[in-house]
Design a protein around this ligand. Structure first.
Ligand SMILES: [Zn+2]
Length: 116
């Protein structure tokens, strides 16, 4: 797929795929930077774009069992994080319908106003 066919968001601050530079999420969609991904730190976001969601599975995470699906960049096919379908623990329900994006798989684009 040509990168020009992907959503670009007109230079707004966001995360792009570290491998192919497709836009994955906007800074505005960021909920928390203090999450643990599979390979290191992760970001919790309200939405993601230019991604494909893989098959659902139950995964035991530090905060309990969650029904998740891996999320892949449509530009290059790399795994960039996962999507939370369901959390078993009541205190984790706020994650449902959100994305966990791996910091190592993303680069920041444009004028970020938030500190690292
Ligand atoms: Zn990519």
């Amino acid at each position: 797929m040509s990168p020009h066919a992907l959503n670009t968001y007109d230079g707004r601050p966001g995360f792009s795929c570290a491998n192919c530079a497709a836009v994955i999420a906007l800074q505005d969609e960021l909920i928390s930077k203090a999450f643990q991904g599979r390979d290191g730190r992760g970001y919790l976001t309200h939405s993601a774009t230019n991604v494909r969601i893989g098959s659902k599975e139950d995964r035991a995470l530090m905060t309990g069992v969650h029904t998740v699906a891996d999320v892949f960049c449509v530009g290059c096919g790399d795994r960039v994080g996962w999507y939370y379908y369901k959390a078993s623990d009541q205190s984790q329900k706020y994650k449902e319908g959100k994305y966990l994006l791996e910091r190592e798989r993303l680069i920041k684009e444009n004028a970020w106003s938030l500190d690292e």
